[in-house]
Design a protein around this ligand. Structure first.
Ligand code: NAI
Ligand code: MG
Length: 398
């Protein structure tokens, strides 16, 4: 079999560091691949006026699988200020390359696993009976619809007349907003299609089936947001009945779910939600298993076989300036494990996860976040592991 080619997208700041360390871990696990680096991020916005150049899109199109570090984004005005002078007259507007990738390749399936490692000092604990303390084992896989809903980008302030008139055909609009001048109205839409909803639900049930989770929870708000959340839940009921009757289907409201998060997180298995609620609930669960140093994600389109794997965290610019990097590489390493699962190298993924688990359980090598330190440049002198030392410890276990 010929060697696989993986596109690496280091991006900005600490994205570069955690990606480099992750490639060393992949190599030690025996994953053989050629890597081609793709340009993405702030540097390319400044120099070329495009944070996601066409040549990078072409690379991903060709090789299908990408490991992505993190990028820096800034608000519109700040983005304009930093453009190269010769580009400033071209009317360029910054837009997120991550969202760009999702839309271009239809990466509508986002998976964010949140599984606690035994011995991680950042694990959530709760008060039990009397004076006891409980540390529930969290093992949740969150499926977030990644292209539609509130992040679909269909929105207006002072909407065009046709839109306004269409809205005025809805009795609730007339009743609640009919007296407000058009210029004073902003509208963000929440559009769900049957096709995309079916796909995210299918991915969630398939995952539960493959990995033996006993339940799939639809986390939306169908009693209030009747059309979109309601459609998702109804489709989930039909799908469960037709194809997955051995898996339980649960239904929670996003607000209540966030309250219950700390009450019984161990009870949940696979969770599936629309774009916004999926984003919220996955951050909530990530907080229970160690936060940004541990939160990984996959964005996939099963139809074209394209997958982009990245930690949830950003480029942490402040930390990127330290001579010795202190950030935790585990979120990126976990993302790479999902990449391995995606390319049918599950055994290697398993090996790496086992090595990570051993290092954490041993408790000798911990990055600053795991020691609850403030992230200064001095933490390594004060006993925290550097990014490299953490990767080395994992490699030693491999
Ligand atoms: P951030 O995730 O970069 O950092 C927030 C804080 O989390 C850091 O100061 C640090 O204390 C901690 N942290 C992050 N990653 C860590 C790691 N691996 N280990 C230990 N601690 C870690 O978010 P922030 O500061 O809000 O944004 C910085 C830049 O990153 C912005 O330009 C933002 O737009 C961008 N961003 C990019 C994302 C992406 O590429 N997917 C996601 C989130 C933010
Ligand atoms: Mg988020």
């Amino acid at each position: 079999m010929s060697k696989r080619t993986i596109v690496t997208l280091p991006g900005d700041g600490i994205g570069k560091v955690v990606l480099d360390e992750t490639l060393r871990v992949l190599e030690s696990a025996g994953f053989e691949a050629d890597y081609i680096e793709g340009d993405i991020g702030w540097e390319f916005w400044r120099k070329e006026g495009n944070p996601l150049p066409q040549r990078t899109i072409d690379l991903i199109e060709k090789y299908k699988v990408a490991l992505f570090g993190a990028i820096t984004s800034k608000p519109k005005d700040a983005a304009f200020d930093e453009l190269a002078p010769e580009l400033k007259t071209k009317g360029l507007v910054y837009s997120s390359p991550i969202v760009g990738l999702r839309q271009h390749f239809g990466l509508d399936i986002c998976l964010r696993p949140c599984k606690s490692y035994i011995g991680n000092p950042l694990n959530f604990v709760r008060r039990g009976q009397g004076t006891t303390i409980e540390e529930p084992a969290v093992d949740v896989a969150i499926f977030r619809q990644n292209t539609e809903g509130l992040y679909g980008g269909v929105e207006w302030s002072n909407p065009p007349v046709q839109v306004y008139e269409a809205m005025m055909t809805h009795p609730k609009f007339v009743q609640n907003f009919g007296a407000t001048p058009k210029e004073e109205i902003s509208i963000s839409t929440r559009i769900f299609t049957k096709r995309a909803t079916e796909r995210i639900l299918r991915a969630a049930f398939e995952h539960a089936n493959k990995y033996g989770y006993k339940s799939v929870t639809v986390c939306e708000k169908p009693n209030v947001i009747r059309e979109t959340s309601g459609m998702m839940y109804k489709m989930a009921q039909q799908m469960q009945k037709a194809d997955y009757s051995h898996i339980e289907l649960w239904n929670t409201n996003i607000d209540a779910q966030m309250m219950w998060l700390t009450k019984n997180p161990e009870d949940y298995g696979v969770i599936v939600a629309g774009n916004m609620f999926g984003d919220i609930v996955s951050d909530g669960f990530a907080g229970l298993i160690g936060g940004l140093g541990f939160a990984a994600s996959a964005q996939m389109n099963p139809d074209n076989g394209i997958g982009v794997f990245e930690p949830t965290h950003g480029s942490a610019p402040k930390y990127a300036e330290y001579e010795v990097s202190i950030v935790n590489p585990i979120a990126m390493i976990e993302s790479a494990c999902m990449m391995l699962d995606f390319v049918e190298e599950q055994e290697k993924a398993k090996k790496i996860r086992k090595a990570v688990a051993e290092v954490i359980a041993e408790g000798k090598v911990r990055t600053y976040d795991m020691m609850k330190m403030r992230g200064t440049a001095k933490v390594v002198n004060e006993g925290a592991a550097s990014t490299r030392q953490m990767a080395d410890a994992i490699i030693a276990k491999l």
